[in-house]
Design a protein around this ligand. Structure first.
Ligand code: ZN
Length: 259
């Protein structure tokens, strides 16, 4: 069985700069997530912001089936050329799972084309995630709902595309609601956004959170990789209309440049 190649990308700054957060995630959130979802069908690697090329060399990007992304305080430090490469790879088929504060990452804004703005509050309140897609591969093993004892509140309105399929809706103790699990398809790639995972709570040790992320990895696994292009295509049937030209016949790349 060919394993799914997973790259867990983490900004990995809070865990180094804040003692309380380091105490929760001594090896970083990426390692907690990777170890938490570890299974025989997954080959898991890690990449972090402060490595050369943020750990995302062409070799890593091009050999990743599903990328998991956690970022927060340093979205602006992620190089645009690397974001462009990750984005291109998503369009070609790579799965992308964006976690928590990754809603404001360059890559999530790129794949959604939205501001991805929302409301927030850090009050350690209980989050109840309602499973509204029980038929979906991402929710298998999850009951009608589950609770995270303490999370950062994220509240509506969440500015995401209208074609997002809602998998979880959260209710927070303080009264707000949030579309906390949504899927999108862009190009040939599948994308899942999942809300839990504020750095000061141990959410990435919770069984249900890890189950959802693991399910999402398998759901987002590419069926194939294929370059997106805009090919000129020959007619299947005879064309009887008179040519009215002139025709320019420019073959373009998907980014709009001429081939
Ligand atoms: Zn947070």
């Amino acid at each position: 069985m060919e394993k799914i190649k997973v790259t867990v990308w983490n900004e990995f700054r809070h865990e180094k700069s804040n003692e309380a957060i380091k105490a929760i995630y001594p090896e970083g959130m990426h390692k907690a997530i990777g170890k938490g979802i570890a299974a025989d069908d997954l080959e898991i690697r890690y990449a972090t912001l402060d490595e050369p090329d943020h750990g995302l060399t062409d070799e890593v990007i091009n050999s990743t089936d599903v990328m998991i992304w956690w970022g927060h305080c340093a979205h602006g430090e992620v190089r645009d050329d690397i974001v462009a490469k990750v984005h291109k790879r998503v369009l070609e088929g790579m799965g992308l799972i964006v976690l928590h504060s990754g809603h404001f990452s360059k890559i999530f804004k790129a794949v959604t084309g939205c501001t991805c703005s929302l409301k927030w509050r850090e009050a350690g309140e209980r989050e109840r995630l309602w499973n509204i897609a029980p038929y979906h591969p991402i929710t298998q093993g999850i009951g009608e709902y589950f609770e995270v004892p303490h999370e950062e509140m994220y509240g509506e309105r969440f500015d995401i595309p209208k074609d997002s399929e809602i998998i979880f809706i959260s209710h927070f103790e303080g009264g707000n609601v949030f579309r906390s699990g949504v899927t999108l398809e862009r190009g040939y790639g599948k994308i899942f956004y999942f809300q839990p995972g504020h750095e000061s709570y141990p959410s990435y040790y919770q069984k249900e959170v890890l189950q959802v992320i693991g399910n999402a990895v398998r759901w987002a696994k590419p069926v194939f990789f294929r370059e997106m292009s805009a090919p000129m295509t020959p007619a299947l049937d005879e064309i009887r209309s008179e040519n009215t030209g002139p025709f320019t016949g420019i073959i373009q790349n998907v980014d709009g440049s001429a081939k």
